[in-house]
Design a protein around this ligand. Sequence first.
Ligand code: ZN
Length: 197
Amino acid sequence: MLQYPEPANKLIDQLSLLPGIGRKTAQRLAFHILKSDDVYIRNLSDAINNIKKNILFCDKCGIMSVENICHICKDIDRADDIICVVEQPQDIYAFEKTNSFKGEYHVIGGVLSPLDGVGPDDLNLEKLYKRVKVGMEIIIATNPSIEGDTTSLYLAKMLEKLGAKVTRLARGLPVGGDLEYMDELTLARAIEGRTEI
Ligand code: ZN
């Protein structure tokens, strides 16, 4: 059987490790790169090299940042008595696009999933607990999935013990959907219609 030359295989192997990229798409991308001009290829490889070198995760909330503390946490015009808890840094960008949330965020880095061996110790929860003050509102904005719901119930229990008022995004978001890809209006309505747990 005719094989691709080794350098092509190497790139296809690496690309197919990316989330959502199957072998076929990886092949298509590899051939696209092969046909691209040198400037594009240099820019692409520079961007890949630099993302790890130059991006940090905010010490306080966990969003991507070029400094230890991100611009959202530094912004004195934002309410510091309301925190929106999200699974991944990307979710923050989705909420910011709605322009309807002016509090702070906290990225927990995933959801509880006993089947995958993910327990509370594997999530960024200790830093969250330290941020909670009595009377503060914590909006739990995990994805509308079974694991997201399990995580939100667990968090609600823990955060209530610390004296927080815990709310959850309004029901009605498509189950199994990803907040990151939801449209701004749907997300804005989900924040506005949030309910106490
Ligand atoms: Zn931050």
